[in-house]
Design a binder for this molecule. Structure first.
Ligand SMILES: Nc1ncnc2c1ncn2[C@@H]1O[C@H](COP(=O)(O)OP(=O)(O)OP(=O)(O)O)[C@@H](O)[C@H]1O
Length: 232
């Protein structure tokens, strides 16, 4: 592991029912960066994020997060937002915040209340009665209000309009633990361009490009063009 790495992945391979989905992934990701995990549908983004979140245990390779193998210690320092809603639909926001406070020692309750107010999210309405964008913001707030070292956001902007996407990124940038790194998976490359310090392009389970965003888009007019160019 490189001394400055927050996340080290060596020779990671994952198969589902005999079909290899991730092929020999090697990555060293530093602390204090916003990192875009960018690839088309089926590229392996969710699989990689689920492995890092310790939800999939059958894989080959070595992964260290802040020097810890995946397990109880890594879970304490990772805050993960899945691509599908996982909250009890009947719960209102206040109950969701209480749940997070009970479950995670590092949850910042007063900050979460402040953010809910800032985004006009009611405390007393059931989760199922909120709009899709409001649901996404509420889930994002609960994930961000953990004082984590690594945040994993799987498609946090997929279901919301462009204005809400901007709000979601502002929320992430202004409210994460400042020493932490953030991995955001998406196929909406142009939406993330101005926010990501580094990019990983993933295609059919392999990393085809990785580096600082300025380096990755060098020789192209923007990141989207670099993405298209790499996937041709
Ligand atoms: N539980 C599973 N069983 C079998 N195959 C799976 C399973 N989960 C994912 N796959 C396959 O693994 C590959 C990668 O899927 P994954 O969901 O990781 O991609 P993705 O980049 O997140 O895609 P999307 O942008 O559509 O969410 C796909 O071919 C998918 O069909």
């Amino acid at each position: 592991m490189n001394n400055s790495s927050l996340l080290s992945i060596q020779h990671l391979t994952k198969s589902y029912v005999g079909i290899e989905t991730l092929h020999d992934i090697n990555l060293e990701l530093p602390a204090n960066k916003i990192i875009g995990l960018l690839g088309p549908n089926g590229a392996g983004k969710t699989t990689l994020i689920k492995i890092l979140a310790n939800l999939l245990s059958q894989y080959d390779g070595k992964i260290l997060i802040d020097g810890h193998k995946l397990g109880i210690e890594s879970k304490k320092i990772i805050s993960y937002l899945p691509d599908t809603s996982y909250l009890n639909e009947k719960w209102e926001a206040r109950k969701i915040l209480d749940f997070f406070e009970d479950f995670f020692e590092d949850f910042q309750y007063s900050k979460s209340l402040m953010l809910l107010e800032q985004f006009h999210i009611p405390l007393d309405k059931s989760f199922k009665s909120l709009s899709k964008g409001t649901k996404e913001k509420l889930q994002l707030i609960t994930t961000l209000c953990r004082n984590a070292k690594l945040y994993l956001f799987d498609e946090p902007i997929a279901g919301v309009d462009p204005l809400a996407r901007q709000e979601i990124f502002d929320l992430i940038l202004q409210n994460r633990n400042p020493q932490s790194s953030v991995i955001i998976s998406t196929h909406l490359v142009s939406d993330v361009e101005k926010y990501v310090d580094m990019c990983i392009f993933i295609k059919e389970g392999s990393i085809i490009k990785f580096g600082d965003t300025s380096e990755v888009r060098k020789n192209y007019s923007n990141l989207e063009e670099a993405f298209k160019g790499s996937f041709r």
